[in-house]
Every structure is written in structure tokens, then in C-alpha cells.
Design a protein around this ligand. Sequence first.
Ligand code: NAP
Length: 259
Amino acid sequence: MDLGIAGKRALVCASSKGLGLGCAEALAEAGVHLVMNARGQEALLAEADRLRTTYGVEVTAVAADITTEEGRAKVLEAAGTIDILVNNAGGPPPGMWTDWERDDFIAALDANMLTPIALIKALVPGMMERGWGRVVNITSVSVKSPIAVLGLSNSARAGLTGYVAGTARQVAPHGVIINNLLPGLHATDRMITLDSAVAEQEGITIEEARAQRVSNIPAGRYGTRQEFGATCAFMCSQFAGFMVGQNVLLDGGQVNTTL
Ligand code: NAP
């Protein structure tokens, strides 16, 4: 399927691995030129090279912490004109509701709420002027169904979701479409960290922790970054122009709701 976005330019934040990389690759496959970002340079440069060679698109790689003001400035300066923004960053650490102090919340809000908002504010005005744009925010299943040990994530992502709900409707008349993509459990490095935390907490092996978690997923497995990226690319496509301010859940059926 031709997504109708070949030649557009996308900034995909936090995209050297995992879900961000899945989104970058699916966009590259659709012919979109990329600005990729991560803090570590090695994996970032290797993946940027791979996507450039495989798909024949332009790829600019910017090593920077996207959750800092300096990092964002560096990325935005290298990015230039951007038609598609995929917001992503590492998730906050797990813990108990009693663990977190003000500074922990500020860090989580900075990374998973205020960073995507800052990038939306920096890039959406240009998209509006040009009459076309797409923004996909990678949030989490925790927006729909709280994950007890991820209270920092539950809180910060709920804040971003509220902001997007109103903003998406303000910019849609100008051809700019903003939606959120909510991952359930996907097989990435982040999942290894979370599986390990469950294993440690419950005194079981990482394989047992994984089997326990997979048993709650009707699809019977974790999702893949390729499936996630393909959904993201559709949400960035010409065909997503009537999808405004939605929260699209990719969780293998884990959240047991009708709507
Ligand atoms: P991952 O496999 O750990 O990959 C994270 C990617 O983001 C890496 O490329 C990493 O590279 C980059 N990154 C992390 N922090 C960054 C920062 N501050 N600035 C720039 N780049 C940064 O994680 P993932 O599983 O893809 O998860 C992505 C997001 O989805 C996270 O927020 C996570 O909480 C959320 N999520 C994931 C799942 C899941 O099942 N995987 C489920 C729900 C929500 P560097 O380390 O080199 O910076």
C-alpha cells in the first residue's frame, strides 16, 4: 500500500532501538526522509546507515538527550523542515507509589509529557503554515489501564493525553493531525528491564516472569517493533487525515474493555 508520504521529512525521537526504530523503519519504507535520534551514538549511527542503505532515503542522525532543552535544540537545528513528528523517549523507572518524591515526578513529566509538548510547539506551527502535518506520540497502555508499578509513567502520560485531546482539535483545521499510539507489551530492551524487575520482585526467573505476563495477552505473545512501526506509519499517512486526537491501543487484546 502506498501511504502517499514519500519525500516527506520525519523526526523520529528515541529511534535507535525498540519502538522508535520500528516507526523510523516503517516510515523509511514508505519513502520518508528521516531525522533519527538517541543518546548513544553507536546504535544510532549503525541503524541510520542500515535504513539509508536499505530504503534509499536521506537519514540524519543526531545523538542527544531529547528530554533536555539543549538536546532538543540540537535535534531541531539539524532537523530543519519537518512534516512528521514521532514523539518518543525512554520510560520512567518502576517502583511503588510511596517511592516517588517531587523530583521524580518532575523528571517523568519532563521526559514523557513536557518534551513531546515542547516538540509539538516547535514543529506544528510550520506544519500548519504548510497545511499538512502528522504527529504521533508514543505513550502507553497505562493511559487506558494503569500499571501499578509504573505510577510515574501513568501520571506523565495521562497529562500528555489531556494536552493532545484539546490541541489535536485546534490544529486539525490546518491539516495537522495529532494522535497517540499506546503500546502494550512489546519485545524490546525496555521489556527485558521490566521483565527483570518483575522477576526480582517476585523471586522468579526472567523466563517465568515473561510467561506470566504473556499469559495475560489474548494474542499469546509480545508485540513486535515491526507491527508497531507499521501502525505508526499508517497514522502518519495521507489516509489518516480524518483520525483526530485518538488513542490507538496495540496490546494484543490485553486490556479487557469493549471500547
Ligand atoms: P527501548 O527498547 O529501551 O528503546 C528506547 C530507545 O529510546 C533507544 O533507542 C534509546 O537509545 C532511546 N532513548 C531513551 N531515552 C532517550 C532520551 N532521553 N533521548 C533520546 N533517546 C532516548 O524502549 P521501547 O520499548 O522502545 O520503549 C519506548 C517507549 O515506549 C518508552 O517510553 C516506553 O516506556 C514505552 N512503552 C514501551 C512498551 C513496551 O512494551 N516496549 C510498553 C509501553 C510503553 P539511547 O539509550 O541510546 O538513548
